[in-house]
Ligand binder design. Structure first.
Ligand SMILES: Nc1nc2c(c(=O)[nH]1)N[C@H]1C(S)=C(S)[C@@H](COP(=O)(O)O)O[C@H]1N2
Ligand SMILES: [Mo]
Length: 199
């Protein structure tokens, strides 16, 4: 048995924060959008999971917000090098949304209102690792940050967390989304500093 001290409380203090390589600590919440904020109304909002066989699973806002939701506390890491620690969200787990979906797909293309896309391996959306989030710090998600709802996949760089998400297309073969097509990394693990293709 060791008698090494584990710190005062186990809580993180500014001095012992561990950030992924090349990242700095951000206390604000920068807005990063490749285009204008699309107007998305909850009255017409839809979220659709489409399987590789073309089967569609669709929720409107009422149905979506009636699903069991979770509180998420997580760090987020943007490829432009800011990281934000301990952010609080409320959202529906992708495990819940994928629960009734039969698929053999290995990949997903997330699609957003406004046309943004980003690709992810399907396993990265399962097992408590990803949500469709609709609250941030106790308030409805602000439109600039992806409201009414955005993907939240905090273990990957934040460009994978599609704002204004409206669907997931399940794919048997990987394809590039918007930033991936422009040279960003296919996977985007901040701890392995996978910023660009080839990293
Ligand atoms: N639809 C959409 N989602 C998007 C983006 C975007 O331009 N459009 N930018 C991505 C990038 S590069 C980042 S860092 C985060 C920024 O989220 P924020 O504006 O809430 O900080 O959203 C990601 N999701
Ligand atoms: Mo980003």
């Amino acid at each position: 048995m060791s008698i090494v001290s584990r710190g005062f409380s186990g809580r993180r203090r500014p001095g012992d924060v561990k950030l992924p390589p090349g990242q700095y600590l951000e206390t604000g919440f920068p807005v990063l959008s490749a285009g204008p904020t699309p107007p998305v109304k909850t009255a017409t909002w839809q979220f659709t999971i489409k399987t590789e066989l073309g089967q569609q699973h669709r929720w409107d806002w009422q149905q979506f917000t009636s699903l069991p939701a979770e509180q998420i506390t997580t760090d987020i890491h943007c490829v432009t090098k800011w990281s934000k620690l301990g952010t609080h969200w409320r959202g529906v787990s992708l495990d819940t949304l994928l629960g009734g979906v039969r698929t053999n797909a290995g990949y997903v293309m997330a699609r957003s209102y406004g046309g943004y896309t980003t690709n992810l391996p399907l396993p990265d959306l399962r097992d408590g690792k990803a949500w469709v989030a609709y609250e941030y710090e106790g308030a409805p998600l602000h439109p600039e940050h992806g409201g009414p709802a955005r993907l939240l996949v905090p273990h990957l760089y934040f460009w994978k967390s599609a704002k204004w998400v409206t669907g997931l297309d399940l794919m048997t073969h990987d394809q590039h989304g918007f930033w991936e097509e422009l040279g960003y990394h296919d996977y985007g693990d901040p701890w392995r500093e996978q910023r660009y293709q080839g990293d």
